[in-house]
Design a protein around this ligand. Structure first.
Ligand SMILES: [Fe+2]
Ligand SMILES: [Fe+2]
Length: 311
């Protein structure tokens, strides 16, 4: 093999695993259509075509459902950036290239469906949404200089994070139509997670130390891709307060199950570099867990105070 970097070598060795998992994905992924999930009979023209422009009382969503829908849709909208990220790391040839195309097409469906739903039901301000989309996409998303294995580790967690976030957003809307749509999208995200998680599992067997170091780096530095979007901090707070996505969910429902699937804390094949990375990960997780506990406690106190005030 002429490739010298250990990362390139692992990526090359993963090719057959990519092909297997692409076949598996295509066999289990069910076709669905965004238009089925949109209550078109609720739609009407805006002022530009002689109707009425959006105003807040038209939305059936409360503040937290609005914030979550806004963040989820804009996150989906930045797909060209994510496509660039994975296409430049994994290439356009063979099974990798086929996956990149298929994954991109599926992700695009999410943005299409969410936008149609929100515009037709007047769930969020379409002007604010469009302005934020322009800013966020113009800025683009750049994950920095991640190696291919770091990118694989990152997307394993990120796809699961989007699954949890979409699923809980659906519940928070109190609208059975939105709930079904978001559950459908969450099913896609779960299959994406499984694809990347399986590849990373294979990478652990090929080069455990390199995989372990990549995982620690990505868990410790994890950030949602939406971090650069307009109002992200404020909306993230609202989303966390509502329990749609918070540190507890991040620790328990996103990071922990993926680490368990890779048997990270049971492996006996790590060398000194891998062991060091695993220790660092364990230490970080203990801190994250403690932080999550403090967050949930303070949220409970806040909810109790609010209930007492309303009492
Ligand atoms: Fe998506
Ligand atoms: Fe996804």
């Amino acid at each position: 093999m002429s490739q010298t970097s250990p990362h390139a070598a692992v990526l090359h060795e993963l090719e057959p695993v990519v092909a297997q998992n692409l076949d598996r994905h295509i066999a289990v992924a069910k076709e669905w259509h965004p238009h089925d999930y949109v209550p078109w009979d609720e739609g009407r023209n805006f002022a530009f075509l002689g109707g009425e422009d959006w105003s807040p009382e038209q939305s059936r969503l409360d503040e937290s459902a609005k914030a979550a829908m806004f963040v989820n849709l804009l996150t989906e909208d930045n797909l060209p950036s994510y496509h660039r990220e994975i296409a430049t790391r994994f290439g356009r040839d063979g099974a990798w290239g086929q996956w990149v195309g298929r994954w991109t097409a599926e992700e695009n469906r999410h943005g299409v469906a969410l936008r149609d739903y929100l515009v037709v039901t007047r769930g969020v301000d379409p002007v604010a949404l469009e302005r934020a989309r322009m800013d966020y996409m113009t800025l683009g998303y750049d994950s920095g200089d991640k190696t291919p294995l770091e990118a694989l580790a990152y997307v394993s967690f990120q796809e699961l994070a989007t699954r949890v976030s979409h699923r809980n957003t659906g519940r928070a809307t109190s609208d059975p139509i939105a709930d079904r749509l978001l559950a459908r999208i969450a099913t896609d995200e779960n299959l994406h997670m499984v694809f990347y998680r399986n590849l990373m599992a294979a990478a652990f067997d090929i080069d455990p130390d390199l995989a372990m170091q990549a995982v620690t780096k990505e868990v410790v530095g994890f950030e949602m891709p939406g971090a650069t979007m307009t109002g992200f901090r404020k909306n993230s707070m609202i989303i966390a307060k509502a329990g749609i996505y918070d540190l507890r969910l991040h620790h328990d429902d996103v990071v922990s199950p993926v680490l368990r699937a890779w048997k990270v804390f049971e492996r006996t094949d790590l060398g000194p570099a891998g062991e060091k990375a695993r220790e660092e990960l364990a230490e970080f997780l203990a801190g994250l867990d403690a932080q999550a506990t403090r967050f949930v406690e303070s949220r409970e106190r806040m909810r109790a105070r609010e209930a007492a005030r309303k009492g």
